[in-house]
Design a protein around this ligand. Structure first.
Ligand code: F6P
Length: 341
């Protein structure tokens, strides 16, 4: 079989580990594996090359994606015919799409049109908000980076008796903020699923001060919003999937918290540091398992499915079901975090 692999949307650590596994397992099965450049753009522009073991040697610990990525949406651009032509011209039997709901959503649509382009999805997003899987590639690394940032912010918070606010990614769900904040000992965690009241945050910080704790750490997801207000957007411009760029909630909180508590406050926006650098061992193993299983799905012609982690098992979940909505944080875990709030 001839299999194309692409990586789309925001990059995540350990994506290369998945590509490596696909090439190793695919070639062991006698398949020819082709790397498509820059997400769905590779299929639109017929930009691909064969990948051999030599191409994936040494990429396991590297962040980013050797294939490049983009937020190209062939449906929005109305170029599905070009995608089909690339598939036909290169005699590709299947596509493995590695990415979040947008990237895998395009694959789901392609699987279900007349004259379909078939394939398998692999969940990869640091946001970990895909309903069909417990973990997506990159999430564990992002959480470790947030925990490390909290540890570092604690030193300045304690020394200067400040409120330190850490803005992290997570546009529709607060998985990174919740788990990163829990691991990093944050005093307050704000997530998109739960609108927050400024008064309560200020009261909490004042209570801490009255109890002798002269500093506080707040971790806030970029998509969190004050009760009754909209998310803060950095720019109204939307990408090809209709998303605006979020950002600014950290600045907003810093100003407001300083005003109401009269405690000096500072913001750190962690941004793309959460998506960069070496993947954790957990992410490398997960990505490797996903890559190998994706080739098994191709071998079995198990189309329109996503390789997913359920508990500790890698299973097949139909893409339509796997991508249905946004996976919110586990309320039980949120409750646990609230114990320390
Ligand atoms: O990878 C998903 C995500 O991290 C979102 O949480 C964030 O809003 C978005 O990507 C930012 O992406 P970029 O700035 O790279 O377009």
């Amino acid at each position: 079989m001839r299999v194309g692999v692409l990586t789309g949307g925001g990059d995540s650590p350990a994506t290369n580990a998945a590509i490596r596994a696909i090439v190793k397992k695919g070639t062991a099965e006698g398949f020819d594996i082709f790397g498509l450049k820059n997400g769905w753009a590779g299929l639109v522009e017929n930009d691909l090359r064969e990948l051999t073991s030599a191409d994936v040697a040494g990429i396991l610990p590297k962040g980013g994606t050797i294939l490049g990525t983009s937020r190209t949406n062939p449906f929005k651009l109305d170029v599905v015919d070009k995608v089909r032509k690339t598939v036909a011209d290169n005699a590709l039997d299947a596509i493995i799409a590695i990415g979040g709901d947008d990237t895998c959503g395009v694959l789901h649509k392609l699987n279900n049109i007349s004259d379909p382009v078939v394939g398998v999805g692999i969940p990869q997003t640091i946001d970990n908000d895909i309903p069909g899987t417990d973990y997506a590639i990159g999430f564990d690394t992002a959480v470790s980076i947030v925990a490390d940032a909290c540890d570092k912010l604690h030193t300045t918070a304690e020394s200067h008796h400040r409120v330190m606010i850490l803005e992290v990614m997570g546009r529709d769900a607060g998985h990174i903020a919740l788990e990163g904040g829990l691991a990093g000992g944050a005093d307050i965690i704000l997530i998109p699923e739960q609108q927050f009241e400024l008064d309560k945050i200020c009261d909490r910080i004042k209570e801490r001060k009255a109890a002798g704790k002269t500093f506080s750490i707040i971790v806030v997801a970029e998509g969190a919003k004050p009760a009754g207000e909209d998310q803060i957007v950095r720019t109204e411009k939307v990408d090809q999937f209709g998303h605006v760029l979020l950002g600014g909630i950290g600045e907003y909180l810093t100003t407001e918290v300083e005003k109401c508590t009269e405690i000096e406050s500072r913001v750190t926006i962690l941004g793309h540091l959460q998506r960069g650098g070496q993947p954790t061992a957990y992410d490398r193993v997960l990505a490797t398992r996903f890559g190998v299983e994706a080739i098994n799905f191709v071998k079995r012609k198990l189309w329109d499915q996503m390789v997913s982690l359920r508990g500790n098992k890698v299973v097949a979940v139909p893409l339509g079901e796997a991508l249905d909505g946004v996976k919110p944080v586990d309320p039980k875990l949120y409750e646990t975090a609230m114990l320390f709030y």
